[in-house]
Design a protein around this ligand. Structure first.
Ligand SMILES: Nc1nc2c(c(=O)[nH]1)N[C@H]1C(S)=C(S)[C@@H](COP(=O)(O)OP(=O)(O)OC[C@H]3O[C@@H](n4cnc5c(N)ncnc54)[C@H](O)[C@@H]3O)O[C@H]1N2
Ligand code: MOO
Length: 409
């Protein structure tokens, strides 16, 4: 029988400790809009204009006064032409203005009739259907009102956020500096892809996994590669990494094995907590601090060596902490209730994040091998389910799905 998890931290407890880190104190920088997507906004952005800045037409057609409705069926003269970008004259009573999408509504007009509903003969235009006041008019400020806050400090800027800033005429934004993150790998068993695989060696997949996951985040990543397996080399590499970076990440050596030098090296340079979390995959995790010569500190995170454990703990724990350090507002991961199209009769006592794939029937299929060393499970699917410890799953049950896009993005 599986023993109950004793003295294990819950995932929420571990996350709470990690999210208690404050943003790295470094001044904001002004960055032109082209460089802003993916970055973190340092200050609120307030609009200094209305968008649109004037009432304008939503259609190519005719601007009219609805007070003239009695004349519409017979036809009214077209008194002016208003392309986008021009300044119209007030609309003379009893007339219509030819108008184009985005062009300003002339004073006096209160509706636009789209050209498909207009009949033109000579210089007159007639409308068969009734015209409602306000039809196809985009009122001034209907998107953004001058003085309103359009983006909040801490936002991770998406293309649409940057587009919104551009729409109020802002050319550059105050952004948090990129978080400086170093990764390094210890263990003489690690071989680089491209090298022949000597007996007893494994390829360093975690290095490339981390490279890719960090590439999606607002960081300047220093990939320091592999470090020779000795205490001195490990300590020196960690000290050097901490000198130039806010956050230092390693993988492996955080469980109960005695071989690894990362633990004593971090302890020699600062402080280290070795956690056991009621989480599968991803039970062991190391959280520490490495002191720099000037007395300041870099944060240290040791992810578990098993690649799937690294992958899952990165998304659940490291990414939120990293974003917090980088100055972002961190929202809880979105979980969606979905139907399990599989049975999972023997649940682990730990809260488990199983790799699944959405199917065309609106349910979830389970990858058959859930071992934390089987990286194929992450490639096969498109997300994980968040299954409470000890909870068996029967086909048809609703489970909590988290997409990889949300987990890692
Ligand atoms: N007696 C116990 N053994 C283990 C426990 C435990 O509680 N008691 N926990 C297991 C769990 S859970 C995990 S997760 C792993 C984590 O171990 P470590 O973080 O100490 O990692 P290592 O022992 O160094 O390696 C584990 C595994 O991962 C492979 N690995 C390591 N680095 C890489 C890399 N860069 N690229 C690809 N693969 C890597 C390594 O070859 C091992 O197979 O511990 C369990 N053991
Ligand atoms: O937590 Mo470990 O990641 O179960 O293999």
């Amino acid at each position: 029988m599986v023993k109950a998890p004793q003295n294990l931290l819950t995932l929420d407890q571990a996350l709470q400790v990690l999210l208690a880190v404050g943003p790295v104190a470094r001044p904001a920088e002004r960055v032109e809009l082209a460089g802003a997507p993916g970055r973190i906004l340092a200050e609120d952005v307030t609009a200094s204009i209305d968008v649109p800045s004037a009432d304008n037409s939503a259609m190519d057609g005719y601007a009219v006064r609805t007070a003239d409705a009695a004349l519409f069926a017979a036809g009214i003269p077209v008194s002016q032409r208003i392309p986008a970008g021009s300044v119209p004259q007030p609309l003379a009573a009893g007339t219509a203005a030819r108008i184009f999408t985005g062009a300003p509504i002339p004073a006096g007009a209160d509706a636009v009739v789209m050209q498909e509903e207009a009949t033109v003969h000579d210089d007159c235009v007639a409308f068969a259907k009734p015209v409602e006041a306000g039809a196809w008019v985009r009122p001034r400020g209907c998107d953004i009102e001058s003085g309103s806050t359009i983006l909040k400090a801490g936002a991770r800027l998406r293309p649409q956020d940057v587009g919104l800033a551009a729409s109020v005429g802002v050319p550059a934004l105050p952004l948090r500096p990129l978080l400086r993150v170093a990764t390094l790998f210890t263990g003489d068993e690690l071989a680089a892809p491209g090298e022949p695989l000597a007996p007893g060696k494994i390829y360093n997949s975690n290095r490339y996994l981390l490279q890719g996951m960090l590439a999606a985040l607002p960081v300047a990543h220093a990939d320091l590669g592999s470090v020779h397996d000795s205490f001195e080399a490990t300590r020196d590499a960690l000290r050097e990494a901490a000198r130039h970076n806010d956050l230092v990440i390693t993988t492996g050596g955080v469980s109960v094995g005695e071989e690894d030098h990362v633990k004593p090296a971090v302890e020699a340079l600062g402080s280290l907590d070795m956690w056991s979390i009621a989480l599968k995959p991803g039970k062991p995790l190391a959280f520490g601090r490495i002191r720099r010569e000037d007395g300041s500190e870099a944060i240290f995170i040791g992810l578990p060596g098993n690649p799937v454990s690294s992958f899952v703990t990165f998304g659940l724990l490291l990414k939120p902490m990293l974003l917090k350090l980088a100055g972002a507002t961190v929202a809880p991961l979105l979980r969606t209730a979905m139907r399990a199209d599989f049975d999972w009769p023997k649940a682990d006592r730990r809260r488990e994040f199983m790799r699944v794939r959405r199917n065309a029937q609106g349910g979830l299929d389970l990858f058959p091998n859930q071992l934390s060393a089987v990286l194929t499970s992450t490639v096969w699917g498109d997300g994980v389910i968040d299954n409470p410890g000890g909870q068996a799953i029967r086909r048809g049950d609703m489970v909590q799905f988290i997409s990889y896009a949300d987990l890692l993005g």
